[in-house]
Design a protein around this ligand. Structure first.
Ligand code: FPP
Ligand code: MG
Length: 330
């Protein structure tokens, strides 16, 4: 419901701008080598929630920005996001994304990585050519944060003793920082200098929204189904990743929890421990509820960061986004 409300609200406020973003997502690939271009466009056409573009447009409007550079930066953030998913699907050996075979399954790892490389570098060059060095610096730094987050996650892979703080650090770097940057750069576009309260609030809003979003992602990986998600479930644990629901289960579930988690991580499948046993473990130990509660806390912090920003439809839509982050089903 919140998702539909958010999309409707943004459509009503920014229909033409969102259409312009869709056009630019396609148009900036004109110079892309043809054998990569069709695949890049195919991946972009397959959709996604366009959450980062939406956040950027809303935040720019909120602070009274009247130009059209927001459309360009919205495109930049979507390119970085999609590039990171292409690389992530190679790293995770994923078979599906957004309900279709993932690009790595269609094209193989090599070309899929290269399409991701192209989109990522294209994003940074678009930002650079737009001419605002400070915004380019934020976009570049954030892209490095994604690399740091994903690599930290890789180093944690297979470990049963990952702490909640370690998991939260990965979540902040791989998801929180990009949403923070989408919001903060909108404030910069609107002329807010470093340290200005509006700019700080929007960065904090984006960061907390991103944390809420990823925490729910980690819950849905256990609690949803493949059809709804458009990607397989229980893939984190199978891939050796202990996310917060599993960490909580390990902390609260006693020796039996440790046995179940160790077995699945060793096997990389559900041959000795069934998927339903794992689901029962994270449910009965309160792991899912705990992660969902952490998501609600982050969403509440995001809403708190909005206090003191100019009231209006954009602010209302940002508040709806915090509802959406914690109630979404896919
Ligand atoms: C999805 O997480 C992955 C990310 C949010 C970030 C991935 C980042 C990189 C691969 C490094 C940076 C690369 C570039 C090109 C900037 P997930 O696996 O939890 O979500 P999923 O279930 O949707 O796959
Ligand atoms: Mg993944």
């Amino acid at each position: 419901v919140a998702s539909a409300a958010l999309v409707e609200q943004v459509r009503a406020l920014f229909g033409p701008k969102m259409d312009a973003v869709e056009r630019e997502l396609v148009a900036h690939l004109d110079q892309c080598p043809q054998h990569l271009r069709d695949h890049a466009r195919g991946v972009l056409r397959r959709g996604g929630k366009r959450l980062r573009p939406i956040l950027h447009l809303l935040c720019a409007d909120l602070l009274g920005y009247k130009g059209d550079r927001d459309v360009l930066y919205a495109t930049v953030f979507e390119y970085v996001h999609v590039a990171s998913l292409l690389h992530d699907d190679v790293i995770d050996e994923a078979d599906t994304r957004r309900g279709s075979p993932s690009l790595n399954r269609q094209l193989g790892n090599t070309l899929s990585v290269l399409v991701g490389d192209y989109l990522c570098v294209k994003a940074l060059s678009l930002a650079a050519l737009a001419g605002d060095l400070d915004i380019t610096a934020v976009v570049s730094k954030t892209t490095i944060d994604l690399v740091e987050g994903e690599s930290l996650q890789e180093l944690q892979s297979g470990r049963l003793d990952v702490t909640p703080d370690e998991a939260l650090r990965v979540i902040e770097l791989k998801t929180g920082r990009l949403m923070a940057a989408a919001c903060e750069t909108a404030a910069m576009l609107a002329g807010e200098p470093e340290g200005s309260p509006h700019r700080e609030k929007l960065r904090e809003f984006g960061l907390q929204l991103g944390l809420a979003f990823q925490l729910v992602d980690d819950v849905l990986d256990f609690s949803s189904d493949a059809e709804t998600l458009g990607k397989p479930v229980l893939s984190d644990l199978r891939g050796g990743k202990l996310t917060l629901p599993a960490i909580h289960a390990r902390e609260r579930g006693g020796p039996e929890a440790l046995r179940i988690l160790t077995t699945v991580i060793e096997d990389g499948d559900f041959s000795r421990v069934s998927a339903s046993e794992v689901l029962a473990l994270v449910t009965d130990s309160g792991g899912l509820a705990a992660a969902q509660a952490m998501a609600r806390t982050a969403a509440a912090r995001a809403r708190a960061a909005l206090v003191g920003l100019p009231p209006g439809q954009s602010l209302d839509a940002l508040a709806v986004a915090t509802e959406y982050a914690v109630t979404r089903k896919f």
